[in-house]
Design a protein around this ligand. Sequence first.
Ligand code: SF4
Length: 309
Amino acid sequence: MLPNGSGKRLEYKLNLWSEWAKQHYGSKVFKVGVSLNSACPNRAEGGCIFCLQDTFTPEYKHQSTTEQLNTSIDRIKRGVRRDLKFIAYFQDETMGAIPTEKLESAFKEAIQHPEIVGLIVSTRPDYCSDEFLDVVSRYNAFLELGMQTIHNESLTLLNRNHSHNDTVDALKRIENKGIMAGVHLIVGIPNESINDILETIRYVNSKPVITDVKLHNLVAFKGTKLAISNYTLPNINEYIQILIKIIPYLAENKTISRLFTSNLSQSQIALNIQGEKKLWLNQLLQEIYTKNILQGLQSSIVNISRPNL
Ligand code: SF4
């Protein structure tokens, strides 16, 4: 049932991962980033035009997996009385490019940590070898794939240096290994129309192996190639209007674990983004209720339950 009046909440309108996790684990769940101090292979090819390494690589990257988890979990738990649960999030750079023995050893360390209830690992579609997937499968980790879009022209514009075929191939092999996946999508890529974005959403809807979606607004960080380009990027208002148009087309069985690029200090941002994530979420919420938006309303995909992590 949808609420009316005050106390409106996004989860009544969207299938949010945070709500799914709360029900699944019985308490609020935090993803705790772990770095394996590696470099993404795409940096040797010039890197993605939007990528700013500082936003990925934490200051504690030289610590062991256990030390990193302890530091972050202690910080999150400080002053919080409620029961919290934690997932080790191997997101830094491209985890599929790391030697599998190193990755497996870090997974083993993380899963033995008494506070950790699961693992998430992220990689690029072209760094998804069978050996890597075997480790992911062995540790029952959830896999995030940097898919971004199905349009090859856009992947070229972003200097991703992989094609949509790489995504298709990776998802097929991920599914064959029985691994569940989430995808990162960039919304607001220059030259992409709403129809182009909806084609990507329809592709995501058609893949049962994809259970989760992270939506990112394209942010021009200072120091990136994007910041000095001539591309016109959506500002936050325009981005929210795009979300309003595409959310009804995203199948209701896909959880959404991100709606905006992570909260960033204003000193890192150039050009198109101002304000705070909390304010952006409020603005989105207002629009969602004013325009009576509901995830999946325009999608023909029927609901299926989400498998366990
Ligand atoms: S693949 Fe990821 S880490 Fe590598 S350059 Fe692109 S955005 Fe940065």
